[in-house]
Design a protein around this ligand. Sequence first.
Ligand code: NAD
Length: 287
Amino acid sequence: KLIADGLFGRIASRLYSSTDCTIGIARLEDKVALITGGASGLGKATAAEFVKHGAKVVIADTNAKLGPQISQNLGPAAHFVQCDVTSEDHIAEAVNITVARYGKLDIMCNNAGISGSPFPPSVADLDLDEFDRVMRINVRGMIAGIKHAARVMIPACSGSILCTASVSGVMGGLGPHPYTISKFAIPGMVKSVASELCGHGVRINCISPSPIPTPLVVEQFAQFFPNATRDEIIEIVNKLGVLKGAKCEDIDVARASLYLASDEAKFVTGHNLVVDGGFTSFKNLEF
Ligand code: NAD
């Protein structure tokens, strides 16, 4: 009976029970993750999914009001660090805090991003200061996260790096030029870095979601529909899902991240996982 109880305890510790009462295997047991932009939207959903699957999670975000609340709601497995990804020092510090607190860094989610200012009528009127601002967060912030994660992961000969790209980095015309250009840069960054890091046992992949009504997307769509209420914009975004019976939700991105972060994806690197319900395959896309 003792052996059976011990065995049951060990099996039970590897299972999780989610709010919808399904039982599953904890796929990130003993893993430590750092998630930039984890105080809202996709990063927040990913942090919750990772904790549900047994990971310790550090949320690194500029939002010093929401960040601690999100971390507290996730319980002792989560911790908040105030971090602006435009500062290399902040990122280095977030990585150091993660390693000091939990002993290692297995998963780096470079997710923080902004949509930038409204569309100018033409590229001929592009504000290059605005272009620099978007690039600083969406591209430089990501490569800085990759750099400092690599400093820990290369010596450990292990790790999984994720970057949040977008369908705006798969087809043009979906967002302002700076945003689109920044998102096209990410799969290239991933390919380039993967070619080096595969020699060190470290994987790097990106995820390209279609629009999901997070604060970022609601703000972006408000540029197309200036007179629409927030609820009306959410409805418009939800109708963009082209896969019959499905709409893109933050949990879809969180689960894609879960797969790429976990050992189940141990042979997957340099990949851009498009999570769009057919959005980029659909020929007659119209808002
Ligand atoms: P969001 O606005 O809900 O969350 C973004 C988070 O990033 C916020 O908590 C914000 O405080 C944080 N952040 C912003 N600038 C930062 C900085 N300089 N340093 C640290 N944190 C910063 O947006 P979201 O929709 O969850 O977007 C997350 C990522 O997903 C972005 O890279 C975005 O481009 C990408 N994305 C979103 C969608 C979508 O439909 N929501 C689709 C494709 C890609």
